[in-house]
Design a protein around this ligand. Structure first.
Ligand code: SAH
Length: 340
């Protein structure tokens, strides 16, 4: 059976028409799923009993089970969800003064092999469907009885390695007749899959693109991120410039600071040179500790010096708040879990 949450509104209309129903039924169903956040077809009371039965025969609602829920001292919540096939993924809810932000996973495991990230330490299982991406948000909203206002694709997996499902999930999340989170409140982070950055620029989605840059020379970046051997810094930045030009959107560069690795003044100088003149923002992440990891966090002093150097030289830089690190919910600490 097909997960009904894999369809965006247009596709759902098409499905309903195929079943001999009127397209507006799709809008009603869409509302039940994404606005009312119901968990069964029986609750869709403005549909005939007959149609509800037909839906039950043809589709599932694929409601995730919560296997574990951990609350950090700063209020960040990490969920372990049973994705109903023996696999489990993590999703993180963060509370900010401007609202709730959810960090969703896009794959079960990750193929990218970044040396500092825990998501890559366990074998890759598969990509998530768009319905499974969206269900993370719905499940958290149901559990906490809240409305989420920001979505970041920064959980487990490489979003641009699951391109179609991620783009479709964004369309579903963005739809005004459903969850209705504006594209500007949706961020997609990539380790740098260059061809799909060009592709994303063509989609006409106003989401924010974040690039995991983390280093300023190819030698250094290749040591941290094997993807750099495929698409180097020059190719990556060229794609970023194209993205900014086409979408008129500012790009965010993520830079995880590790002691005696990429955090000295020479690095900051090179970073300024690389990004000079680009419509961008740098998000400095004090690198988080992972099991068996070789990188350690820069000192606070170095982190602030690094930020100040960038800001003094025309590159807007902020330090990302470390949320949820006491429950391994911070950047780079999420892992897929196997239930079997
Ligand atoms: N695969 C995508 C999505 C992951 S987003 C990507 O690479 O962009 C998670 C962000 O946290 C990325 O910028 C990633 O590089 C960063 N990150 C990974 N491990 C980290 C760690 N140990 N400490 C701090 N940031 C880390």
């Amino acid at each position: 059976m097909k997960n009904i949450k894999n369809y965006n509104l247009e596709e759902l209309k098409h499905e309903l028409v195929q079943m001999g129903e009127k397209p507006f039924r799709a809008e009603q169903i869409f509302r039940w799923i994404y606005v009312e956040n119901v968990t069964s077809f029986d609750e869709m009371t403005n549909l005939s009993l007959d149609l509800r039965e037909k839906l039950k025969i043809n589709f599932t609602m694929s409601i995730f089970n919560i296997l574990k829920k951990q609350v950090a001292s700063d209020g960040t919540i990490k969920y372990l969800f049973d994705v109903l096939d023996g696999n489990a993924i993590e999703t993180v809810l963060m509370k900010y003064h401007h609202g709730y932000s959810i960090c969703v996973s896009s794959q079960i495991g990750c193929k990218m092999g970044c040396k500092f990230c825990a998501s890559t330490g366990v074998a890759f299982a598969r990509s998530l469907t768009s319905g499974e991406i969206v269900e993370q948000l719905l499940a958290v909203e149901r559990d906490e009885k809240i409305k989420i206002s920001n979505v970041v694709f920064m959980g487990i997996g490489e979003p641009l390695d699951n391109y179609d499902n991620v783009v479709n999930a964004i369309r579903i999340i963005n739809n005004q007749k459903g969850i209705n989170i504006g594209a500007r409140h949706i961020s997609v982070s990539t380790s740098g899959l260059v061809p799909n950055i060009y592709k994303l620029a063509e989609e006409n989605i106003q989401c924010t693109l974040s690039i995991s840059l983390h280093a300023t020379t190819n030698e250094q970046r290749s040591k941290m991120m094997p993807v750099n051997n495929l698409y180097n810094i020059e190719e990556l930045l060229k794609a970023c410039k194209d993205y900014i030009e086409r979408t008129n959107r500012r790009i965010s560069f993520e830079y995880a600071l590790a002691k005696e690795n990429n955090d000295n003044l020479e690095d900051a100088k090179r970073l300024v040179k690389l990004l000079k003149g680009m419509n961008c923002h740098v998000n400095l992440i004090p690198i988080n500790k992972i099991e068996n990891g070789t990188f350690t966090k820069s000192t606070n002093e170095n982190i602030m010096k690094f930020r100040d150097y960038l800001n003094d030289h025309g590159i807007v830089a902020t330090i990302r708040r470390e949320l949820g690190s006491d429950i391994d919910a911070a950047c780079g600490q999420l892992r897929r879990k196997n239930l079997l």
